[in-house]
Design a protein around this ligand. Structure first.
Ligand code: NDP
Length: 480
């Protein structure tokens, strides 16, 4: 069986302890490759390589670094089909989604930060009659990037591209559940001309490999995307070591729909914002609040469309939804559907595991599920499910919609549908979220700040926010 390898000091290598973990294909439920179960020895080896590489990489000009990152972007693009197939197989998502979203966005992440490397500028602050401050921004040194399984290469590259563009050396760990495209990336890195040791990719569990990255004293910053519980643990571990932390965590995003919205556009987009990637996008709107006068019309149209979404294996061109990422995750999502019923909810469509024909009969498929009749503050409406399950709830006033929307511990994103311009801005202003989409969803501009408030995280990624996170500012004052 294929064994994937770590990528350390510019070379593929086996884990030092020689241990491997099974990697399961969600579409079939079968093990299809083995991945290194890396330990602190592997992380130490990667840090040693990064230490050697740091003076070389940070000593290059932004233009030189940018040229290498641009070659990585083009290198992935050149092998688009291979990356798309690998992502879809590893994660269970339809091929079409990997082809239209995941891999093109990974390509553009490297492209965008390749150009950013050339555009970094320093600031100065003139003091009347006193002097001039100037502020330099230097790379931190060695940084750790830890990413989740839902958008594997897309979120992996979203972190490592700005970390590298700003001159750092990186120790990166993809999720053990979806390691394959990060493994393939090593080949592109080799061809790009990047000096050995600049980017090191370690595979393994969060418990061992991830923890070793967080605890390593020479890794000075951690950029983490994943669950809120894991983020809390990382913050507790890293804070006493005074590491810089960027935490992109869970969400329970509200989708607030007013009766005056463009109904057709809203309904089409709401199906997507509920079930794209099997509902496993941190930005999916899992709590749908609908103004009461529109509620019945919305419910009928939404349920009709959702019940027609084809759940199939990822290579089926008709698949609108594929498999969820793993068996434990499937069980977790199904357990929330049971909880919703216990809490008094009515399942309007879905609510069950889907069994496909062989060879996909043991795959992890769940029918897209819509539930109504739940209190806004019950567990189903407060806890992150991160799967193809949404709840719909009517509201009477804007105040009530906002109260319910803001009632969770989370605050990642929100979507608002209305044609009343003033109301759109007012609700955007008052909803507790780091990202708000008005009459649209998941439209991406790489320059904008990305991240959440409350238990959805600390710090922002994207554009200059990311470049600032991965650098240290130094202010120098010269007096007249
Ligand atoms: P996890 O928190 O389980 O894992 C995220 C990453 O952290 C994985 O690489 C994991 O490794 C690693 N990890 C786990 N434990 C530790 C540890 N103790 N120390 C260091 N690293 C560790 O999240 P999931 O992978 O399950 O991802 C889903 C979550 O991610 C959801 O909550 C979702 O909302 C959130 N998310 C947030 C986004 C945002 O931008 N705010 C975007 C996308 C997802 P391994 O998998 O090998 O255990």
């Amino acid at each position: 069986m294929k064994r994937i390898q770590n990528f350390i000091n510019g070379e593929y290598c086996d884990p030092q302890a020689g241990n491997y973990i099974d990697n399961v294909e969600p579409a079939t439920g079968e093990v299809y490759c083995l991945i290194p179960d890396s330990t602190e020895e592997d992380v130490a080896m990667a840090v040693a390589a990064a230490e050697k590489a740091f003076p070389i990489w940070s000593g290059m000009t932004g233009e030189e670094r940018g040229a290498i990152l641009m070659r990585i972007s083009l290198g992935i693009e050149k092998r688009m089909d291979e990356f798309v197939a690998a992502e879809s197989r590893d994660n269970g998502k339809p091929l079409s989604l990997a082809a239209h979203v995941d891999i093109p966005r990974a390509v553009s992440n490297f492209h965008f930060f390749a150009t950013a490397a050339e555009h970094v500028s320093s600031e100065s602050h003139y003091m009347e009659g006193v002097g001039v401050n100037y502020t330099t921004r230097k790379p931190i040194g060695i940084v750790g990037c830890i990413s989740p399984w839902n958008l594997p290469l897309y979120l992996f590259s979203w972190k490592i591209a700005p970390a590298l563009a700003s001159g750092n050396c990186v120790i990166a760990k993809p999720s053990e559940i979806t390691p394959y495209t990060a493994y393939l990336l090593g080949e592109v890195i080799k061809e790009s001309g990047m000096p050995a040791g600049v980017l090191n990719i370690i595979h393994g569990t969060g418990q061992y490999a991830g923890d070793a990255i967080v605890k390593h004293p020479k890794i000075k910053a951690i950029s983490f995307t994943g669950g809120t519980k894991t983020g809390e643990y990382i913050a507790r571990t890293a804070a006493p070591m005074f590491k810089k932390l960027s935490l992109e965590l869970g969400g329970k995003n509200p989708n607030i729909i007013f009766a005056d919205c463009d109904f057709d556009e809203m309904i089409k987009t709401t199906v997507r914002s509920s079930f794209a990637n099997q509902g496993q996008i941190c930005l999916c709107g899992s709590r749908i609040f609908v103004e009461r006068s529109l509620y019945d019309k919305f419910k009928t149209a939404f349920v009709e469309r959702v019940s027609k979404l084809t759940v199939s294996h990822p290579t089926d061109p008709n698949a609108k939804m594929g498999a969820v990422v793993s068996e434990p995750h499937m069980e977790k999502v199904l357990s929330y559907i049971e909880l919703a019923k216990q809490e008094g909810g009515t399942v309007l469509t879905g609510g069950n595991r889907v069994h496909l024909e062989a060879p996909y009969n043991n795959g992890f498929y769940i029918a897209p599920t819509v539930i109504e009749g739940l209190a806004y503050d019950c567990r189903t409406n407060q806890e992150e499910i991160f799967g193809p399950v949404v709840t719909i709830t009517p509201f009477d006033t804007e105040e009530e919609a906002l109260m319910m929307a803001n009632s969770t511990v989370y605050g990642l994103s929100a979507t608002v549908w209305t044609s009343d311009l003033k109301r759109a801005h007012r609700v955007a202003d008052n909803v507790q979220a780091g990202i708000v989409w008005l009459n649209c969803w998941l439209v991406r501009d790489l320059r904008t700040p990305f991240g959440g408030v409350k238990a959805s995280g600390v710090g922002r990624e994207g554009g200059w926010e990311a470049m600032r996170f991965f650098t240290e500012a130094k202010n120098v004052l010269v007096t007249f």
